[in-house]
Design a protein around this ligand. Structure first.
Ligand SMILES: NC(=O)c1ccc[n+]([C@@H]2O[C@H](COP(=O)([O-])OP(=O)(O)OC[C@H]3O[C@@H](n4cnc5c(N)ncnc54)[C@H](OP(=O)(O)O)[C@@H]3O)[C@@H](O)[C@H]2O)c1
Length: 430
């Protein structure tokens, strides 16, 4: 009896070892089978799941692009996926504005791109803290001054990557809800989603006519609260949502990511089927980036669990450049394909999250978001260059919300303290 038990335990250990620590299941297509039949939302999560499936977009295709003359703005550009988006865009000729929280890290990222990507366009840096509406507005204001108002011809944004993001393993029972310091909004909701909503609204007049707007969402968008996304403050800050210690924080991250997909669908509806602007979101996959250490630092995992997490990420996840590729696909996919208001997993595979299809929820989220940022929404002031009469493009969302965008050169800001600080903009011709 004892002998049989030991044999069974040994056998289970061997099978588990093979499944978890060898590439045999991958080559046998086990993970592909799991993805196709048991966990369809897991499409493209990791290389094992993708094994044997042709890539919907390849590096060869991307490197045939010539984005000379295009300008990209990337939030969270100093690290991980944001850095690799910026690096790759610079490689194919785009001018890239790196928007980061930490100016020093931004400058380091810029130096690396200048020395290694052989860029043809300009690489410049700006500062934004998406945990702060004032900082987000200040960045939009600085953009209007430095890139739009002072330049002839104006620089408009062709590719807007809303990528900055955090995930915290806070103990939901002890630290709930975890709020941003200045604005007192649930951290994931503001950093990952809400400030990007605000940034888009402020930068909309400065987007080119055929701009692509590309938020970095996540497969975690499938793991949110029962109501998918809060549309009032009381629900957003409820503390009985986490069923176990780390669950609440994880669901809050998922909520911020499904919010981005709901937003993409709402914005695509508002822009309308004839708009030449395109908005689509992507999940980069499970990617081994510096976020791994940041997540671990935010939690209280035992050293053993942390080491297993690290090891699994380094050996089974996508590497950072590949995590950027689906976002680059959305930047470059020909307009004729009519891709708008959609969501993709690696490598350029469309996935539908049923929870994101609820149009009433999309509308309610938009209204809730607008209400939360209303004090920061006044049109950005643009210094008008001499002899210049041209006005920026009319904002579709502002039209829908009844704001006269002809006023974008005026200063209607009834909140004089919000984000009018000048930023230093650091630009260097490569
Ligand atoms: N890696 C994955 O497996 C994975 C999977 C799904 C989705 N994502 C999403 O992909 C995006 C990029 O993540 P990553 O994996 O590349 O992680 P990362 O290397 O940590 O990059 C995150 C970027 O966001 C910036 N950021 C964080 N908080 C910010 C704030 N308050 N204001 C401005 N910038 C802020 C970070 O700046 P600092 O360097 O200063 O912290 C960093 O530049 C995130 O939205 C993440 O949720 C990642």
């Amino acid at each position: 009896m004892l002998m049989t038990g030991a044999l069974v335990a040994g056998l289970i250990s061997v099978v588990l070892g093979i499944v978890l620590f060898t590439t045999i299941p991958r080559h046998l297509g086990v993970w592909r089978f799991v993805q196709n039949n048991l966990w369809t939302e897991g499409i493209g999560w990791a290389p094992s799941f993708h094994h044997g499936i042709p890539w919907g977009y390849t590096w060869e295709e991307f490197h045939q692009q010539d984005l000379t003359g295009k300008t990209a703005l990337v939030t969270g550009a100093n690290s991980g996926i944001g850095f690799d988006l910026s690096f790759s865009l610079a490689q194919v000729g785009a001018s890239v504005i790196l928007a980061c929280r930490d100016p020093q890290k931004c400058s380091n990222a810029k130096s690396k791109i200048l020395s290694e990507a052989n860029p043809k366009g300009t690489i410049s840096t700006m500062t934004i803290d998406t945990a702060s509406f004032a900082s987000t507005r200040a960045m939009a204001q600085a953009y209007a001054h430095e890139y739009y108002g002072k330049q002839q011809p104006h620089t408009t944004i062709d590719l807007l990557f809303l990528n900055a993001g955090v995930m915290r393993l806070t103990d939901w029972n002890r630290d709930c809800p975890s709020k941003t310091d200045e604005d007192q909004i649930e951290v994931h909701f503001q950093v990952n989603y809400l400030s990007h909503y605000l940034l888009y609204r402020l930068l909309e007049p400065f987007l080119s006519e055929d701009a692509r707007i590309i938020p970095t969402s996540s497969g975690s968008s499938f793991q949110s609260f029962s109501y998918t996304v809060a549309t009032d403050l009381e629900t957003l800050h409820r503390c009985d949502n986490g069923h176990f210690n780390l669950g609440g924080a994880n669901l809050a991250y998922g909520q911020s990511k499904v919010a981005l997909i709901l937003w993409v669908k709402k914005l695509a509806r508002m822009l309308g089927p004839d708009s030449t602007r395109r908005v689509n979101a992507f999940h980069p996959g499970l990617v081994n980036t510096p976020i791994v250490e940041k997540i671990l630092a935010s939690g209280n995992l035992p050293a053993f669990a942390a080491n297993v997490f690290r090891e699994r990420m380094s050996s089974t996840a996508w590497q950072s450049p590949d995590g950027a590729l689906t976002g680059l696909y959305l930047a470059c996919v020909p307009a004729e394909k009519g891709i708008r208001g959609r969501y993709f997993h690696p490598m350029a595979q469309e996935v539908v999250n049923p929870a994101s299809l609820d149009e009433k929820l999309q509308d309610d989220l938009w209204a809730f978001s607008q209400d939360l940022v209303k004090d920061y929404l006044a049109p950005i002031e643009i210094p008008v260059a001499e002899e210049e009469e041209e006005e920026p493009t009319t904002s579709t969302t502002e039209m829908e919300n009844g704001v006269d965008t002809a006023e974008t050169t005026g200063t209607d800001d009834d909140n004089g303290e919000t984000g009018e600080d000048e930023q230093e903009v650091d630009e260097e011709q490569s």
